[in-house]
Design a protein around this ligand. Sequence first.
Ligand SMILES: Cc1cc2nc3c(=O)[nH]c(=O)nc-3n(C[C@H](O)[C@H](O)[C@H](O)COP(=O)(O)O)c2cc1C
Length: 318
Amino acid sequence: MEAVTNPPFRKICKHYGADVLISEFISSDALLREVEASKKKMMFDDKVERPIGIQIFGNNEQSLIAATEIAAAAQPDFIDINWGCPVRKVAGKGCGSGILNDIPKMISLTKSVVSHCPLPVSVKTRLGYDESNKPVVYIAEALQDVGIEAISIHGRTRAAMYKGQADWTLIGEVKANARMQIPVFGNGDIDTAEKVVEYKNRYGVDGILIGRAAMGNPFIFLHAQQALRGEAPTPVSVQERIEVCKQHLEGLRQWRTERVALLEMRKFYSGYFYAMNNFKPFRIRLVTAESYEEVYEILEDVRQNFTGYQFDLKQQDL
Ligand SMILES: Cc1cc2nc3c(=O)[nH]c(=O)nc-3n(C[C@H](O)[C@H](O)[C@H](O)COP(=O)(O)O)c2cc1C
């Protein structure tokens, strides 16, 4: 996820039980132009972050092939093609889910990537372009036929952006298709460990991608793994949340510039301290803090005010 799944946060997710990690999406055109920020997005810690996929997006065959070769040289475990992003500056150029109104091109570009990639290739996509056009069952088969080795499906269309509820029924149909041999992963609106188990059982998918609900809440992976094993969730203490939040902040501080890290961290605080009554004043202070010293002082106040807080485990995941 853009500006979310960089190495500092991925390592935390891995620690708490995420099975597979994926980079932020990377523009194939930018990789070709050797844009430093894009090259940096390919980096990962070889010792900790495996299995990992590098995700690329684009619409031009030559750029996609070149980017595939560049990304494969960084030696991830697989290359993931983003045919799912609905944001206008991406999809408007025929990248991401913008390709979903030209399925033949989606298939031929994917085929080119597969044939130039020494590593397994996977695809992340959506149900289709809009409500009247949701050919994901066909798309999944056609992409399997050109050689992808896994598919992840977000249960919305391009037109839906992030509106409404994700519809998992078509994801279930892709999985139930007797011709499908490759792993099918479902995605969209999974925000509790219970839902992981419920959706996995109901739709039979081989795995689940958790996006927004993991932002500041990497503990959802721990609880999901426990729920999948039929175990009760282990509460995560306020002290642990503070420590992990600090680890994330410090990791980001080294990964980004000081100022950018301070700002980027703001979107994670409510996740780290979710479901704590009377937290709002602290959250407001955290998201308006202008220095690291200030953030540390607030976190110390959080520790003093909330140590021993009893979480309602039903509420614990977002
Ligand atoms: C801030 C943000 C950045 C995202 N960046 C990416 C990305 O780079 N690549 C990708 O495949 N999906 C990206 N997504 C989409 C998520 O991976 C996921 O498909 C979507 O949020 C639905 O899943 P969720 O309900 O679990 O969040 C992004 C979503 C958000 C909110």
